[in-house]
Design a protein around this ligand. Structure first.
Ligand code: AMP
Length: 292
């Protein structure tokens, strides 16, 4: 039974979200889950739509997880537009909004952390040490709290999605993980809560991420398979844009995130850049119809 958009339940304790989910479960409903850090945009809302297609009831969490931020990262300035988020979640048809405080999620020193293996050291992990341990620890906690049948993640954070899938597989967590496509602005910029920090000039320069990824796709479509040559095609586009400081630009296996000598239909181009004090990431698969 799909509930109506107006009766969203908003809770901030673990006990309350468990109770709310249990009531739906008792009537036989399946549970979909969309974890977020808030500052909601159309990308997040697309995940809610996926959840509503896949499950009877949708739980969204909004939690800016301190564990996944490094000491010099933007934890304190991460946007927290609480009322707007609540209105957007309600409008999108979220049934239960779980918005815990930090002390609810981490009441004391932790003894246990989820640690990801090799792939977490690459790319985002190499620029943000410990980031994925923080992500996986909070996602494991949220899965245990909500106990969803299905959880929806965005491919915008491809490495995160790969690691969450690995955790669910390796730790035998009883749920299905869906990875949903990237939602972009009309001009190709991938939606991100951090886009609001971009100055007008940086906003224009940010378009070079998508241009570079598309250039790699074009080179691949023309028959180029050599990973280094494909990467160079993308890097040439980025290097053209002066304010963009490339963190990494790589062509990798889209399931393992490992760099391979030759690219295939299943490879993805992945990129991270600094633009002023803002860090942006994006990716595109080289094969298929990833042409949004
Ligand atoms: P965040 O609030 O940034 O932690 O993101 C919460 C979820 O939304 C993650 O699964 C992200 O991958 C996903 N997400 C963020 N931006 C987009 C986007 N532009 N398109 C699709 N999913 C997204």
């Amino acid at each position: 039974m799909q509930s109506t958009a107006t009766d969203m339940i908003v809770v901030n304790t673990i006990a309350a979200v468990r109770e709310a989910v249990a009531k739906f479960r008792a009537s036989g409903s399946t549970i979909g889950f969309v974890p977020t850090m808030g500052a909601l945009h159309a990308g997040h809302i697309s995940l809610v739509k996926w959840s509503r297609r896949e499950a009877d009831v949708t739980v969204m969490s909004i939690f800016v997880n301190p564990l996944q931020f490094g000491p010099n990262e933007d934890l304190s300035r991460y946007p927290r537009p609480v009322e707007n988020d609540e209105a957007m979640a309600r409008e999108a048809g979220v049934d239960i909004l779980f918005r815990p405080e930090v002390k609810e999620m981490y009441p004391s020193e932790r003894e246990i952390t989820v640690t990801a293996a090799a792939v977490a050291e690459l790319w985002e992990g190499s620029s943000r040490p410990g980031h994925f341990d923080g992500v996986l620890t909070v996602v494991a906690k949220l899965f245990n709290i909500v106990q969803p049948d299905v959880a929806i993640f965005g491919r915008k954070d491809l490495q995160q999605a790969v690691l969450v899938q690995a955790m669910v597989h390796d730790l035998d967590m009883p749920l299905k993980v869906i990875v949903a496509p990237i939602v972009r602005e009309r001009d190709g910029l991938a939606l991100s809560s951090r886009n609001r920090y971009l100055s007008e000039t940086d906003r224009k320069a940010a378009l070079s991420l998508n241009r570079a990824l598309k250039e790699v796709r074009r080179a691949f479509a023309r028959g180029e398979r050599n990973t280094t040559a494909l990467e160079n095609a993308g890097l040439a586009v980025l290097e053209h844009e002066t304010p963009v400081k490339t963190d990494y630009f790589a062509v990798v296996n889209g399931s393992t995130l490992m760099r391979e000598r030759m690219a295939t239909e299943k490879s993805a181009a992945i990129v991270a850049v600094h633009l002023g004090s803002t860090r942006l990431i994006d990716n595109r698969f080289l094969g298929g119809d990833d042409e949004d």
